[in-house]
Ligand binder design. Sequence first.
Ligand SMILES: Nc1ncnc2c1ncn2[C@@H]1O[C@H](COP(=O)(O)OP(=O)(O)O)[C@@H](O)[C@H]1O
Ligand SMILES: [Mg+2]
Length: 346
Amino acid sequence: MTRVIVCCGVGGVGKTTTSAALAVRLAKTGHRAVVLTIDPARRLADALGVELGNEPRAVAIDAPGTLHALMLDRKATWDGIIHRFAPSAEAAQRLFDNRYYKAVSTRLGGSHEFMAMEKLYELVESERWDVVVVDTPPTQHALDFFRAPDRVHRVFDRSVIGILVEPGKGLFNAATRKVVGVLHRMAGERVIGDISEFFRLMSGLSTGFRKRSRAVADLLSSDRSHYWLVTSASAPARADAVAFLAELEERELTLQGFLVNRVIPDPGELAAERPADIGEAEWTEWGPAFDALIHARRSEAARHRAGLAQLAQSSTHASVHPLPDLGSGIADLSGLERLAEHLPDV
Ligand SMILES: Nc1ncnc2c1ncn2[C@@H]1O[C@H](COP(=O)(O)OP(=O)(O)O)[C@@H](O)[C@H]1O
Ligand SMILES: [Mg+2]
């Protein structure tokens, strides 16, 4: 049975990098691992040494297991679903040509998360992997990943527009006629036609579509799926992390732990010493600046330590794992391997 590891967190904390490092760790410990990345930075693709696409590519790694990586392509994933559930190739093509579909598949709020789940399910279904690691789209709130499917479903559940454009359903009264009239004037006949056709075509797909969504939801709430929160040790990030923990619990999902990225280690007893090629006089100017730098670093390290301790207290079961800041060190696979050494076995 394929397991799922979901890396949640707000954008910019190193979520994609950490997801990749987790997959590296899994390969190193003998698993067939695949990482689904979302909007990876160019640098990460370079670090993995492969051109990332919508299908898994093998990453050359010295490990007892295997590592594959892919990058979510929202449009291609949508198209794949339509192909799968459309009653005929012709119906699928009509949707692809529909302008409202084009807008929905690229811009609809929540569609990013929805497609990530779809792709995840596809990977799990293939039974090619022991573990699928999922990076999640960059969001304001770590929980948007779970909220998104509802939003997408609302669009497909005969939305207001769906009713408006379907006369003869008893709702097409004077008031709605008026609204449709306004819409026509604003958007034009063709747009209304596109929307109307979109809902008609989609309703032909919706049974399969709905069943599939239910299966994805079941997978995500089963004990095969584990959740990790990627965060930083700074105070605002910690507050977010604690709120996330509470909401996850409300959904009866268990957080395995916190992956606290870019933690600054204590510089220790480091003191600014005058290098041999710098003269005494010059050093009297430079020395204090270096001392101040070391001091600042030491207080930041102390703040991070305090942050880690607070996180540890915020949950009885979630573990806390500090990951070091590697500076500019994640430019190749060995950088990811270094980060992976600090990750827990999952
Ligand atoms: N522990 C780390 N040490 C050094 N650089 C890191 C670390 N984690 C992430 N980075 C860098 O930070 C940047 C953002 O990381 P990324 O994983 O894309 O963040 P996110 O997915 O959360 O937006 C990348 O350039 C990445 O190489
Ligand atoms: Mg990212």
